[in-house]
Design a protein around this ligand. Structure first.
Ligand code: PEP
Ligand code: MN
Length: 293
């Protein structure tokens, strides 16, 4: 295994030596989440819900929206990597208290919970209720966290850090695969890039990453337009664009009262907007011979 000059391009040697388990030299992985949900074939699962759980009432309402739209995968975030350390009545994360709510969701709804883990010390408790562990963009290169999470053998989503290359993302996924957990899903969620259209668009959705990752990796790739654009009005076009570009899943944020959401109030869409978007996604999926689940 030779070192090469630093660069972002993926070489044939990388596919063989740097990330042999996640490379496209392997058969494409189909990841079964439940009896009727898979990533990596013609199904396109939607993971949706608020940015954070906030409270029981709010998340129960969100679960009802999932049921109404025939969806099963809930964003059930209780630990949030907030960019600034200050918490207030308005900007908060639920933390450990949220574990009790996760339990109540499981008792009352037939949904599967996707939740971000930030510290391996929380894994054991979370493991009781979480069906898919998310490694957030900011922890994409926290390799001990990735390894410890992978050891639980549950499906995992690894989000691409906004400053990392596709090659780096595949390196991160290799840390999970090497623990003999092959249920790894990659997520494009926007990168930092100089751009001029709107200062509130925090990141730029790298739509090219979708076909590029499919060319270079055997892992399913999903897209998170909400975090990418940070701007609710663009979530619909970017969701439709991601699906058309080949995304094998979507993560979409919705909230009963988006502008008053505890975290990222500009990016969530409301219940009606979400329902309409799901309808449009189903229409486009049909043309592509895919199925939204
Ligand atoms: C999230 O999904 O809640 C999140 C914080 O996303 P990202 O890690 O992509 O910023
Ligand atoms: Mn967020």
């Amino acid at each position: 295994m030779d070192n090469k000059f630093p660069g972002k391009d993926i070489t044939k040697e990388d596919l063989k030596d740097k990330f042999p388990l996640s490379s496209s030299l392997n058969k494409k992985k189909i990841i079964q989440i439940s009896k009727d949900i898979t990533f990596g074939n013609n199904q396109v699962p939607i993971i949706s819900g608020p940015n954070g759980i906030e409270n029981k009432d709010l998340i129960f309402k969100c679960c009802e929206v999932l049921e109404k739209n025939n969806l099963k995968l809930l964003r059930g975030q209780i630990y949030k990597p907030l960019t600034f350390p200050y918490r207030s009545k308005k900007y908060f994360e639920l933390g450990d208290e949220g574990l009790k709510i996760l339990e109540q969701i499981k008792k009352n709804f037939d949904v599967l919970i996707v939740s971000e883990v930030m510290e391996s010390s929380k894994l054991e408790l979370m493991n009781k209720f979480v069906d898919i562990f998310q490694i957030g963009a900011r922890n994409m290169q926290n390799f001990p966290l990735i390894s410890e999470t992978a050891k639980l053998k549950k499906p995992m989503i690894i989000k691409r850090h906004f400053g990392c290359s596709i090659r780096d993302l595949l390196g991160a996924s290799e840390y999970a695969l090497i623990e003999k957990n092959d249920k790894i899903i990659l997520c494009e969620r926007g990168i930092s890039a100089p751009h001029t259209h709107k200062s509130t668009s925090r990141f730029m959705l790298d739509i090219q990453a979708i076909p590029a990752l499919k060319d270079n990796s055997c892992l399913p790739i999903i897209s998170d337009p909400s975090h990418a654009c940070f701007w609710h009005e663009w979530v619909e076009p970017l969701s439709l664009g991601s699906l058309a570009a080949g995304a094998e899943g979507l993560m979409i944020e919705f909230h009963p009262d988006p502008r008053n959401a505890a975290v990222d109030p500009l990016q969530a869409i409301n219940f009606d907007e979400f329902g309409n978007l799901v309808k449009k996604l189903r229409d486009v999926a049909k043309v592509l011979r895919k199925e939204i689940v």
